[in-house]
Design a protein around this ligand. Structure first.
Ligand SMILES: CC(C)(COP(=O)(O)OP(=O)(O)OC[C@H]1O[C@@H](n2cnc3c(N)ncnc32)[C@H](O)[C@@H]1OP(=O)(O)O)[C@@H](O)C(=O)NCCC(=O)NCCS
Length: 328
């Protein structure tokens, strides 16, 4: 395909609804091309899954039937010119706290077709699609260094609501040379979580992992509740966790939870008051990582800009920082 410089004059058939059966393979190719610079292990797996799904007729039939009802990218719009799909936008429907929402994702325009207003036209169409369905909120997230996309979304009325960093620790990157007893270092005792402190843990967890930013994650606050109530919930939902609490004097000041995931990477959920988080990390992390035996990759989703030095010191590295934006 050659570079196109003429301004956008949208024929109605150029901007059309995404058809998962017909378009998935072409869209997977486009996403692969457009995100080549930032595709990590998880991104590559995502593209591979799209290609594999595109070859599976029964999966495609199911995807067509549920497109507007499951939180997956089976709905959206494409920009097509002469049979070539040059632009894509996926709409992922989801619910949280009784609200019906869409996440705009996979916004991608072939490099040879950029700066002609294609992404803008796709996003405006997606907004109209959501508004006509009476959707409560429209969200998207964008890597913090992607100023082109940020300009685009801001020009359409999206406003930043939060920034989140995904921290990663690879197997065997866990530190080995830290003292075993971090209580001596920080004046903090490591103990079992206690049911008595659940309300406090929950308060911290809800501030750090608010539902509007974690609905797509395997995070369920009840699954982290110590004692039999949480135990029954974990048994029913198949959650497997381990927990460590940080105690200073008589008070619990932090909770760290490790959650086993069957695929890809395990998760850590960290809860404490902001003023204690670095000390809690320094005290709890070496113990937790040692006991977990560093066999698998572990991810920690955390508000951006917080506890950076403490997490670096424990061997964590930033995988990405996402800016979450909502249409006002
Ligand atoms: C971001 C992307 C989708 C933009 O596609 P596009 O069709 O070229 O964008 P548009 O022509 O509709 O641009 C609309 C507005 O976005 C902003 N914008 C787009 N590209 C830009 C760039 N390279 N630098 C600065 N601003 C840019 C401008 O405000 C632009 O308006 P203007 O042309 O009147 O100045 C495209 O560059 C792309 O596919 N990038 C790689 C994948 C990606 O980052 N996707 C976004 C993930 S959230």
């Amino acid at each position: 395909m050659s570079a196109i410089t003429k301004p956008l004059t949208a024929a109605p058939d150029q901007l059309r609804q995404f058809n998962v059966r017909k378009d998935l393979n072409a869209v997977a190719d486009l996403v692969e091309t457009c995100f080549a610079d930032t595709l990590d292990e998880d991104g590559r797996r995502y593209v591979d899954q799209m290609h594999a799904a595109a070859r599976n007729p029964s999966y495609l039939r199911w995807a067509m039937a549920v497109a507007e009802n499951v939180p997956m990218p089976f709905s959206g719009y494409v920009w097509e010119e002469n049979g070539y799909i040059a632009g894509n936008l996926s709409l992922i429907p989801y619910n949280y706290q009784g609200k019906r929402c869409y996440l705009i994702a996979n916004v991608a325009v072939d490099p040879a077709y950029r700066r002609r207003g294609i992404a803008k036209a796709l996003t405006q169409k997606a907004i109209r699609h959501a508004q006509m369905r009476g959707i409560d909120e429209i969200w998207l997230h964008v890597r913090s260094e992607n100023s082109a996309a940020m300009n685009l979304y801001q020009s359409l009325g999206f406003v930043e609501r939060a920034q989140r960093t995904t921290w990663e620790i690879k197997p065997r990157a866990h530190k080995r040379d830290l003292p075993n007893n971090n209580a001596e270092v920080t004046g903090i005792k490591i103990t079992q979580p206690s049911r008595r402190y659940w309300e406090r843990y929950r308060e911290w967890l809800q501030l750090i992992y608010p539902p509007e930013l974690t609905w797509h994650q395997p995070f369920q606050v009840t699954a982290l509740r110590p004692g039999w109530t949480g135990g029954i919930y974990r048994f029913i939902t198949g959650n497997h966790i381990r927990q460590w609490a940080a105690k200073q004097g008589p008070n619990h000041i932090g909770l760290l939870t490790w959650q086993l995931r069957s695929r890809h990477a395990d998760h850590l959920w960290l809860a404490s008051a902001p003023e204690n988080e670095s000390r809690v990390i320094t005290a709890l992390m070496p113990v937790a990582l040692e006991q977990l035996n560093n066999r698998r990759r572990i991810l920690l989703d955390y508000p951006a800009g917080r506890a950076i030095l403490a997490l670096h010191d424990q061997g964590f590295r930033i995988q990405q920082t996402l800016v979450w934006m909502r249409l006002t």
